[in-house]
Write a protein that binds this ligand. Structure first.
Ligand code: SF4
Ligand code: SF4
Length: 448
């Protein structure tokens, strides 16, 4: 029987691009590649660069190295300030259209069985790999944190967001890399069995992986119910074990470590080909896209160039979303570039968006409470947030919210629940950081 968790939603999948094989997009004329926070450029304006060449050094914290996704010339190094006040740097590269590969890109000569754990983690770090399901946490750090704690490795191919089909296509078309990437991650983590998590609306992918893993006790395929947000790490673990992980704990505290299927492929590419993370598969879909597709895209490609590659717009879009419609972020500028964590680019018309045009009102139906996978009361948290009462928003578990969007989706009153809860989380965390006792947060016990 398919595994599941309590709560969640059955959403119409609208996976229009599921039968579209991955198409490799030619290098665009210009890429704008973001460096991770705290990173410094490894190149200067005017430098010639090659595909796979290091262009950004990792700094401290959660930073990671960045590499060029095209060959060409560095034309600018830009900086902009994020809403958190942090400086983000971008390297702009004019492509020469040759896609010449850097001589630094070389497969590992040492056998994996002869490598130490540190050597393996270093390969993952130097390839600049991050969580490609949208999380963006550096994979080398995640591996290191899980060492000695995690006993179960999950490769996550559930992809429960509507419209998104890139993971599905990767599982169908790159099954061998997933199996080999899983084995590499098992070796580095010292875990004896890997499990690949797939929803029961992708049984063709499950069969493809099962065929490759057949007879092996090392890799098991686990089938989950098609439900939202089954692809969230905590909901996978809950479905497998029945356990809830407290908001202050990590999956490895419960003995698990979870990686997205594309992250797993990136790990394989780093070991087998020496290729750092410079491109990824993205679903381009929505009712305004002429030809919904799954596209292998160089990091740094603009949304405008990507949408052009998919035939352009069939009608005027009202909203462009980076990611899925449930957890994605609205984008206002088509010059925004694809990053390592962009899972999808969706374009929706006015008709698709019309449900958001009415004024919000809570009719106290309780549906948001029934669907919340974290067993919260989203309506109350939102209400306290609107009142500026962050103590009570905190007491009602605002920080446990995984921002899955199920409550807002189901709400007949169109209450912007997730937006309100995000505000509450930001305010609570700001106050924790500042350690101040003011502005309605004077109850120090409430903010722990
Ligand atoms: S689902 Fe919407 S209308 Fe119903 S209780 Fe929750 S916030 Fe109120
Ligand atoms: S409160 Fe948070 S976790 Fe619960 S349904 Fe809403 S967005 Fe998801």
């Amino acid at each position: 029987m398919a595994l599941s968790f309590i709560g969640g939603l059955h959403i119409r999948g609208r996976k229009d691009a599921r039968r579209s094989e991955i198409e490799k997009m030619p290098s665009p004329s210009v890429v704008t590649i973001p460096l991770s926070l705290n990173s410094e450029p490894a190149v200067s304006v005017g430098d010639a660069v090659l595909r796979g060449q290091l262009i950004g050094f990792a700094g401290g914290g959660r930073s990671y190295p960045t590499h060029s996704s095209v060959s060409g010339t560095v034309t600018a190094i830009k900086e902009k300030t994020t809403p958190n006040g942090e400086a983000e740097k971008y390297i702009v590269i004019q492509s020469d259209g040759l896609d010449a590969i850097s001589p630094d890109v070389q497969p590992q000569t040492k056998r994996i069985s002869e490598m130490t754990t540190d050597e393996m983690i270093d390969i993952i770090f130097r390839a600049g790999i991050v969580g490609m399901g949208g999380g963006g946490y550096p994979t080398a750090q995640k591996v290191r944190a899980a060492l000695g704690k995690a006993t179960r490795l999950i490769i996550n191919g559930i992809e429960c967001e509507p419209y998104l089909t890139s993971n599905h296509r990767v599982m169908l078309e790159n099954s061998a890399a997933i199996i080999n990437g899983t084995k590499i991650l098992m070796k580095v983590l010292g875990i004896r069995q890997g499990e690949i998590a797939i929803a029961d609306n992708k049984l063709d992918a499950a069969n493809a992986l099962e065929r490759l893993a057949a007879g092996s006790e090392l890799i098991k395929i686990r089938i989950f119910k098609t439900k939202y947000p089954q692809g969230a790490e905590r909901q996978i673990i809950n479905a497998l074990t029945g356990k809830e992980i407290h908001v202050d704990k990590y999956p490895h505290d419960a003995g698990f470590v979870v990686f997205n299927v594309e992250t797993c492929v990136a790990v394989y590419n780093a070991f087998a080909h020496g290729m750092p993370l410079i491109e990824r598969v993205i679903t381009v879909s929505g009712d305004c896209i002429k030809e919904p597709k799954n596209v292998m895209v160089p990091i740094g490609t603009s949304y405008a160039a990507l949408i052009d590659f998919c035939g352009g717009f069939s009608k005027k879009p009202k909203r462009i979303i980076c990611g899925g419609p449930m957890m994605g972020v609205t984008q206002w500028d088509l010059q925004t570039s694809v990053t390592k964590t962009t899972t999808g680019v969706l374009a929706f018309s006015e008709e698709m968006e019309s449900r958001y045009n009415n004024p919000p009102v809570c009719i106290r139906c309780g549906r948001c409470i029934r669907v919340c996978p974290m067993h919260l009361m989203p309506n109350y948290i939102a209400m306290f947030t609107v009142r500026g009462d962050y103590i009570n928003a905190d007491k009602h578990g605002a920080l446990s919210c995984i921002e899955c969007g199920s409550c807002a989706y189901i709400c007949p009153g169109q209450v912007p629940l997730v937006a309100n809860i995000r505000t509450a989380k930001t305010r609570i965390l700001q106050k924790r950081k500042a350690g101040r006792k003011s502005d309605g947060m004077s109850d120090g016990n409430a903010v722990q």
